[in-house]
Design a protein around this ligand. Structure first.
Ligand code: FAD
Ligand code: MG
Length: 354
């Protein structure tokens, strides 16, 4: 090498420049990897299960994870929908009483719904579809069935008559399954598992009001999940939670006003086949799993305030927020400190349930 060049390389300022470039690039990489990418937000909106589903995931693997989550939702809808003629549930409902082979996930979802039906004393009734249909909730052509019609249809409902074998379901002829009260929670659990497998540590999914959180927000703080008000577009309050499901049931979105001027909601009391009318406006369940929260929000809505509180006191493995038509909030002790009333609900009376 010519002596002149060696002189240049030896020159102090050039070495300093090189060092500066290396330090700047390294600092940039550290900043991007530790302070930008983990907070990178990815979002996707999916229309499935007759509702809008929003998926939010953070970090470098977010986009890929949400693609997979979308496909998972469509896959589960194709298995569990009562209306899709190609679904497992449709095949079971039209089997004429013979055993139908089903996918593992279908067997798992139905077995879970039956177990929760048993657990809630039949308040959750996965075979209520003929009754739900008679009121018009499956088509939007609402009507008030007669007492005789309801009595006839109720004789076709009984979760105890459904048999889930390893990979087959046996349903007596004339009976029909409907996973409307647990399917979104079940799908949410499957999506959360999938996102975890994809290496995502922070995500929030909202399946038409069923909110499920994976981990915390990327900065380590809790998610702030709004609970919809039963009679307007604002929020009853906010819960601060991590790694759990927040699911609300009420009669404020799917309902009709009958010719008699009364409001008829889509959650039916399996005891009489009529829309629940017990003074409860909404029930929110906070539980580790979406399927449990979904099943219990429907079942506790059916059972009413006093029985729901007694059920919680006997189990204590979930939290509950219950709003009554007397504008009173009942909240279980484990979530009371994490709940904030908002807007016009700020003044509502709260009773903490112990
Ligand atoms: P939840 O309280 O969780 O459930 C209430 C629903 O469960 C009612 O709408 C009724 O279907 C049923 N139900 C009522 N009373 C009881 C009871 N006591 N026990 C058990 N179940 C009860 N809706 C459509 O209109 N068209 C569709 O094609 C359609 N496809 C769907 C596919 C899937 C896989 C799922 C999970 C849902 C689908 N839905 C569809 C929506 C579904 O019918 C319900 O309206 C919805 O799941 C209600 O959810 P929710 O959280 O509002 O109420
Ligand atoms: Mg439910």
């Amino acid at each position: 090498m010519p002596a002149k060049l060696i002189g240049i390389w030896k020159h102090k300022s050039i070495w300093l420049c090189l060092l500066l470039i290396i330090v700047t690039v390294s600092a940039g990489m550290v900043y991007r990897n530790f302070f930008v990418l983990p907070y990178e937000q990815h979002e996707k909106t999916v229309y499935a299960m007759d509702t809008q589903i929003t998926l939010t995931a953070y970090g470098t693997k977010g986009e890929e994870g949400l693609e997979a989550a979308e496909q998972e939702i469509y896959r589960l809808e194709k298995l569990l929908s009562a209306t899709d003629e190609h679904s497992d549930i449709y095949a079971v409902n039209h089997s004429g009483g013979s055993a139908v082979p089903v996918a593992d996930d279908t067997a798992e979802a139905v077995a879970f719904a039956l177990a929760m039906a048993d657990n809630t004393g039949g308040a959750l009734e996965p075979t209520l579809y003929p009754v739900v249909r008679a009121w018009g909730f499956t088509t939007g052509q609402y009507r008030i069935p007669s007492d005789d019609e309801l009595a006839g249809l109720l004789s076709l409902t009984d979760y105890k008559k459904v048999l889930v074998q390893k990979n087959a379901i046996l349903l007596p002829d004339g009976m029909e399954l409907d996973l409307g009260a647990v399917g979104k929670g079940f799908a949410g659990d499957k999506v959360i598992s999938l996102l975890k497998e994809q290496g995502i540590r922070s995500a929030l999914i909202n399946l038409g009001g069923n909110v499920q959180a994976l981990g915390t927000k990327p900065d380590g703080s809790n998610w702030r999940v709004g609970i919809k008000s039963p009679d307007s577009s604002d929020y009853l309050g906010i819960v601060n939670v991590a790694d759990c499901a927040v699911v609300t049931s009420g009669a404020y979105e799917r309902f009709f006003i009958g010719a008699d001027g009364r409001k008829y909601g889509h959650i039916i009391n399996p005891a009489d086949g009529r829309p629940v009318n017990n003074g409860v406006l909404s029930v929110t369940i906070i539980a580790p799993q979406g399927r449990t929260a979904d099943a219990l929000s429907t079942a506790m809505f059916v059972r009413g305030k006093d029985e729901a509180i007694a059920y919680w006191q006997a189990h204590r493995d979930f939290e509950m927020i219950l709003l009554t038509d007397e504008q009173r909030i009942y909240i279980t002790e484990g979530i009371a400190d994490s709940f904030e009333r908002t807007g016009r609900y700020s003044g509502l009376k709260i009773t903490v349930v112990h």
